[in-house]
Structure formats: C-alpha cells, structure tokens
Design a binder for this molecule. Structure first.
Ligand code: ADP
Length: 484
C-alpha cells in the first residue's frame, strides 16, 4: 500500500523458507543512469483485499454526495496538481528520464481531464427517460439510472506514470465509484504522489494506490467490481480471462502498430516533421506512436530525406529541468532489448538504418532510428516496437497503402497525410483503427469528447472519453413508476 504505506512482513526463517525470499520492496530506477530513485512495497493479496474492503465502506457516501459534491473534490485535486506541477514533473522525470517538456504533459493532462469530467459528470450521469415503445407502455414513467460500480480497479503501464492513472481514475471517481489503482512497478512513484494529493486535500477515502507487480495486479482483478487495464495485449488477455471467471466487466487498452500513410499530394515538410514527432515522442513509448510509415512512390525520396534530417537533429540525453533534450532513455533493459531485436532482425533481412540503429549510452538509450527497405516479413513492421524507430516503406498508390496499413492484428490509431482533406477523410474511413488523425498526430487523445480505444488486438470494452467514458463505470438500472 503506497498511501499510507503498510509494514511489510518478513518471512519466518525455517526449512520451508525458499532460498530467494520474495521481494518485499521494489527499487525504482532512473533508466538513463541506473540510479535508484526510490522504492515501493510489494502489496500482498491480503493487503489488496483489505484495501478493497475499506474502499467498499467509503463508497456509498461518495455515491450519495452526487456529481455536484464530487465536483468540489475533483476541482480541489485539480488545484493541487496545478500547485504541485513542478514537483510532480521532478518525480516523473526521476523514474522515466523524460525531457522536462514531456514530463510537464502528464500533470497538465490530468488537470485538464479533471476539469472536463468534474464539470460534466452531472450532465453525463443524468437519468434518461426513454420513449415508451407502445401506447400501452405509456402508463409508466420510464427511467434509466446510472449507478456506479462500487470499486473499480485500475491497472496501468509505465509510459505516462501520471497521465495513464489519471485517464482512468478520474472518470471512475467522477462516476461515484471508489478506485484502487495499481501503477506499473517500473514507475510507481508518480501514482503514489497522486494518492498523496488526494489525501492532502482531505478528500473522502475512496482512492487508494497499492504497489507491486503482476501478483498484486492479479489480486486487484480478484477483488474489485470492474477492471480498467492499460498495458500489453498479452497481459490484457490474462486479465480478461480472470475477469471472465469472476463474471465482472472490464475494459482493456492494449498495444498498437499504428501506421502513417503519406500520399503524394501531402505537404512533405509537415508530414516529415509530424511523423518524426509522432514516432519518437517519449522515445516512441506511446501506445499511439507512429510505428510504421507507408509513402507513395513519387514523394518517397523527398519524404525519407526530410524525415532523416529531422531525426538527426534530435537531442537525446538526461534533461533535468533544462528543456534541452528531445528524448530520454527507454523505460528499462527489457524494452531496450525488444527495440534492439526488431532493428537487428530487420537489418539481417536487408533493411538499412539511414540514421541511428543501435543501443547507446550508459542507461537504456536507443538511438532515434529511420529504417528503409523494410517489408511485412520483418517484426519491425508487424510487432509493437515501442521505441524510437520509424520503419518506412515505399508503396505504389493509395490502395496499396490502405491494404498494408490494414494488414495488422492491431487497430489502435493511424494517421493520413494529404493536401486534400476530403481525400484524407475518405482514406481514414477505410482504415481499421479506433482513431485516425489527418495531417496530425495524437489529436484525438487531447480531445476528451471523442471515444478513445483500439480495435482488434488493441482493445475491448467501452472507451475513454465523452459521456460513455463516464457511464462505463456505472451499471444501468431500469425504473418503472406508475403514471397514475
Ligand atoms: P508493460 O506495460 O511493461 O507492457 P504489462 O502489460 O505486463 O507490461 O503491465 C501493465 C500493468 O499490468 C503493470 O501495472 C503490471 O504490473 C500489471 N500486470 C502484469 N501482469 C498482470 C496480471 N497477470 N494481472 C494483473 N496485472 C498485471
């Protein structure tokens, strides 16, 4: 339990004690330096069950104060985040090595989302009065009521240590649920700060952070009433299976292999700059990163030249508060190994790195990389890389670009670059992806009114965003009351 922290139990020594006792603390590292920047406890299944029991005790009062009452607390948390932004960014940088400018995005995203849902929850959760389906049914007043799941479990990954938890915790709290958050064991410190903020404003005890790895996450799934998970497709599938066994609902935001299509009529400067940003922001560790690029033949050489020039200009390193770098290190050695494998496998099959191409530095850095001469037999074009790589493939025309973009088990998001907006929209509607941005990257994420979520292996369940992003944390109740 991160806030408040529980004392860890030391196992009794004896004949049955395993040679390697289970870790009771997880050390958190700055991946650029390897330095230990903090630690958190490993919460047991027992601790998780206790935490859920405690949340269940406090949730009815939280539901009863209504959306207006909850708004007060959510806006207080927003103030707290705005007042503590620099400290939050420091903590976040220490556990990720992100550049300062990127680290400031998480608190700002959380503050924005708090404002959005705090102010709209009352409207989004208002009773619906559906029209009766027949004259006979008119003798009853029909109402659909939205009642929250008592305890929502939120399990998050490491790429945005504050924004990812905020994305799910905020709408669940706004809906009237109590929330148990288990952040990634790689970057738990920012989530612990969020819980500290909730305690410091004196809010009701309906938000708890517990820490640990897969076993603690599994205990969350075994105790809560709804699971909201963001992370890898493999772990998502495990969680879905566990939820099915308990017959509890879940929503999964999973991996992606997001394509960018550059058509011959595009503004190539804009496309090259946008795709460099879309592929390399946060060292490519974004679920909606540009992961592969298809360029129409007539502009291929020009695009690749401009893209490579942009990528060569990027500054990689440990930024601190200097605003002097564009990329930090990858989250950990496991992530660095995946990126290295994808690049090496591609090169072994005939691909060429026009810039970058290898791991670098003392920490887990990987050079920003542009790969050409790639095809769909290579893992860099089919598996999620989650690193600073941009594999680029030449295509004959729009139809081939669409076919290749759709040749994936994933369907998270995509981008289309064209000088003709109507054409961009037409192509977008042919792509199998939960979001398509024309001539831009990430726009859908910062427009909270839109549904955000993937198709296919990229996710399942009701999406973040808009009224549904709040109502998904509620059970619907049908009420009939006589008119006479
Ligand atoms: P990554 O984000 O590194 O790709 P995962 O998708 O496995 O890794 O992890 C995302 C989150 O899911 C983390 O908080 C992790 O601790 C948690 N987790 C991992 N395995 C399980 C599991 N079996 N049940 C519940 N949570 C899990």
């Amino acid at each position: 339990m991160a806030a408040p922290r529980r004392a860890a139990q030391t196992p009794e020594p004896g004949p049955s004690t395993p040679a390697e006792p289970p870790a009771l603390e997880i050390a958190v590292h700055n991946p650029a330096t390897g330095e230990v920047v903090g630690s958190v406890g490993v919460d047991s299944a027992h601790t998780v069950a206790d935490a859920v029991r405690e949340l269940r005790r406090h949730q009815p009062a939280w539901e009863a104060i209504g959306a207006q009452g909850r708004k007060e607390w959510l806006l207080k948390l927003q103030d707290w985040i705005l007042d503590n932004t620099d400290r939050l960014a420091d903590v976040l940088q220490s556990e990720t090595s992100k550049p300062r400018a990127d680290a400031l995005i998480d608190p700002s995203y959380a503050a924005d989302l708090l404002g959005y849902y705090a102010r709209r929850a009352e409207k989004f959760l208002a009773d619906d009065h559906p029209s009766p389906h027949s004259p006979l049914a008119r003798v009853k007043r029909l109402t659909t009521v939205y009642r929250p799941y008592p305890v929502v479990g939120v399990i998050t990954p490491w790429n945005f240590p504050l924004a990812m938890p905020a994305m799910d915790v905020i709408p669940a709290l706004a809906a009237g649920a109590a929330v148990l958050l288990k952040p990634s064991e790689v970057t738990p410190l920012s989530a612990v700060e969020l819980a500290r903020g909730w305690a410091e404003i004196g809010a009701p005890r309906v938000f708890t952070v517990i820490t640990g790895a897969a076993e603690t996450g599994a205990a969350v799934v075994n105790n809560v009433d709804f699971v909201q998970f963001t992370g890898s497709t493999a772990t998502g599938r495990r969680i879905a299976t566990a939820c099915a066994a308990r017959l509890i609902p879940y929503s999964l935001e999973l991996g992606g292999k997001d394509p960018a299509i550059v058509l011959a009529d595009a503004d190539i400067d804009r496309a090259a700059y946008g795709i460099a940003f879309g592929g390399l922001f946060n060292a490519g560790q974004v679920c909606v990163s540009v992961e592969r690029v298809y360029v129409e033949a007539p502009v291929y050489e020009e695009f690749v030249g401009k893209l490579t020039a942009h990528v060569r200009e990027l500054r990689q390193g440990l930024d601190g508060r200097r605003f002097e770098h564009d990329l930090g290190a990858l989250a950990n050695a496991a992530q660095q190994a995946i990126v290295t494998r994808h690049v090496e496998e591609a090169i072994a099959k005939g691909a060429k790195a026009l810039t970058g191409g290898q791991a670098t530095g003392v920490g887990t850095f990987f050079e920003p990389t542009v790969l050409v001469d790639v095809d769909h037999t290579m893992t860099c074009m089919t598996e999620e890389t989650f690193g600073p790589t941009l594999p680029v493939m030449k295509v004959a025309d729009e139809a081939e670009a669409v076919a290749l973009a759709n040749d994936s088990e994933y369907g998270l998001s995509a981008t289309v670059w064209t000088g003709d907006k109507a054409r961009g929209e037409r192509v977008a509607r042919q792509l199998n992806a939960g979001a398509v941005n024309v001539n831009d990257v990430f726009s859908n994420i910062f427009n909270f009114a839109l549904p955000m979520g993937g198709w296919g292996q990229s996710g399942i369940g009701t999406r973040l965003g808009g009224p549904e992003g709040l109502r998904k944390y509620c059970r619907k109740q049908a009420l009939t009351v006589p008119m006479l």
